[in-house]
Design a protein around this ligand. Structure first.
Ligand code: HEM
Length: 89
């Protein structure tokens, strides 16, 4: 229903949870076989603590036209997820 996730197979997956799916320090839209939105591909973002926090707060505010609509409104939840993603570096 939501389509594939970057680095994923058929089911929704989280970039940080995949083998080779590291996200911190990576350029946005750079997983070779994933069909990103044009918006994300041309965003010229690098994923770090600050950009991930803005992304998870509201992806469309950071990258208008993105196809990720999932949001984490809790700052604590965002901090926890980002801390987890940083462990996958
Ligand atoms: C804690 C949960 C999540 C995190 C940390 C997360 C993080 C990310 C990141 C960092 C990207 C950009 C990847 C890249 O540049 O290669 C991304 C893309 C994407 N995510 Fe998520 N995501 C989460 C949950 C979800 C959920 C639940 C969905 C769908 C139900 C979703 C759908 C997508 C889609 C469709 C894209 C591609 C966006 C585009 O091409 O414009 N994400 N996500």
């Amino acid at each position: 229903m939501y389509g594939r996730r970057p680095g994923g197979g058929g089911a929704p997956r989280r970039p940080g949870g995949e083998p080779g799916g590291r996200v911190v320090g990576r350029h946005a839209g750079s997983v070779a076989d994933y069909s990103y939105s044009k918006a994300l591909k041309s965003s010229d973002l690098t994923w770090d603590e600050a950009t991930l926090d803005r992304w998870l707060t509201n992806p469309s505010a950071l990258v208008p036209g993105t196809k990720m609509f999932f949001q984490l409104s809790s700052a604590q939840d965002r901090a926890d997820v980002i801390a987890y993603l940083q462990l996958q570096k």
